[in-house]
Ligand binder design. Sequence first.
Ligand code: HSE
Length: 434
Amino acid sequence: MSGKTAIRLGLIGCGTVGRGVVALLANRPDCQITHIAVRSPEKHRDFMAEELPQATVCQDPMAVATHPDVDVLVEVAGGVDTAEGWMTAALKAGKPVVTANKDCMATHGHTLRACAEQHNVPLLYEAAVAAGIPLVAPLKTSLAANRITRLAGILNGTCNYMLTRMAQEGWGYSHALEQAQAKGFAEADPTNDVGGKDTAYKLSILTRLAFGQSVSVDDMLLEGITTITDTDMQLADEFGFAIKLLGIAQSAGEALDVPNLDVRVHPVLLAKTHPLASVANEFNALWVQGHAVGELMFYGRGAGELPTASGVCGDVLSVVAAMQGGALSHTAFADPALSNTPMALLPVNDIASRYYIRLVTQDTPGVVGTIGTICGNAGLSLESVIQQGVTNDGHANIVLMTQMHMEGQCQQALEAFNACETIESVACMLRVLD
Ligand code: HSE
C-alpha cells in the first residue's frame, strides 16, 4: 500500500454493527474512518477517543454523507426513508456506498441502484441479507451461469434460536423470546423478527438477485412464528419434522403463458433429513437449487457485531481496492439487471403443499367423522389423523396431516372447521416443505 493515499470512510451509526466495523478496520494502511455520525456523541465519547482519536464525530448523518473529505459512505444506522436520503446524497456526490440496511434495500433498492448507476459509483449491501454469510456476491457472480429454480432460507437468527430452544428444551414462546433478546439477537423492537418481516426483506433482496424479479414484501404471503406453541413443536417432532421459519422463492410453472414465482415467508414443517432442519440456534442458512450446480447450502452467523461487520468490511475493502487500483466504476459491482421475462406472483390459493392442521375439538362422539366429512367436501385427502388424548378441560387435540393439495382447498376446510360447533378452534396450520 505504500505510496497510496488511504481512502477516507464516513460511518453513519456506531451501535453494535458500527463498533464491529471500527474494530475490523482499525489500523489499516489502505483506509481509515475519518468521519462518524452517531445519535448521541456523548454516549460514545470514550470509545471514539480510544479507537478513532483522529475522527470527526457529529450528530448529522447528512453532513457525513456529503462531506468533501469522505470518499466512501458506510451506512450501518438502519431506518428506511432517512437512510435512503443519506445514501442518495452520497451517491449523487459520487461516493460509493456500503450498507447493511435490509429494510432500506428491500424498500428503496430500485431507486438507489438507479442513482448509483447514474452517478457511476458502486452500491454494495452484502451484510444486508445474512450478515457474515456471503450470499449477494455468490448469487451475482459465482452462480451467474445457473438458472435458479428454488431457494429456501433460515434468514432470522432470533426466530431460529427461539424455535430451536422450544424444540430442544421445551421452552414456551415468551421465555424463548426473552432469551433471544437477552442474547442480543433480536432487534430492539422484535416485531419484525418474530412477525417474519425481517426475513421478508432479506427474501425480497435474494429474489431480485436469484430470479431477476422485483417482489415487494407487501405482496408476499407473510406469517411469523407468533402462533407456534410448544405443543406443535412436540407434535412436529413426533411426525419426524422440525419447525423452521423459512423464506422461500421458487419457480412454480406457468399460468396463462406467464411463468409463476412462488415467494413466501412462514413457518414450515421440514423433514429432519433436510439440510436446513439441522441449522440450529441463531445460525442462518440459505439452500439453493441451480440447474447446473444442483443443491447448495450457505451456512453461518446471520446477525451480531462481528459477523455483520465482516460482511460490511468485505464490501468496503473491495471498493477501497478498486479505488486504489484506479478501476472504480459502477459496472464492476453492478447487480444483474431485472429479467426481461416478468414472472407473476403465484396466488396464495395456488400454493401446493401438504398441511399439518391441529384442531381443538369437543370430546364428543362423531367429531372425527365430522372432520373427515369437511375434508372430503374440500377435496382434501388425509395422510394421517392423530388424537392426543383428552385435555383436563374436556377437549381433544386432533392433528391432521394432509396429502399434497392446493392451499385454496385447505383454506376451504379451515373455514368449515371454524364454523363447526364441535370444533373449538383451528389451533395451528403449517405447510410442509417437500
Ligand atoms: N435481528 C436479526 C436476526 C438480525 O435475528 O437475525 C438482523 O436482521
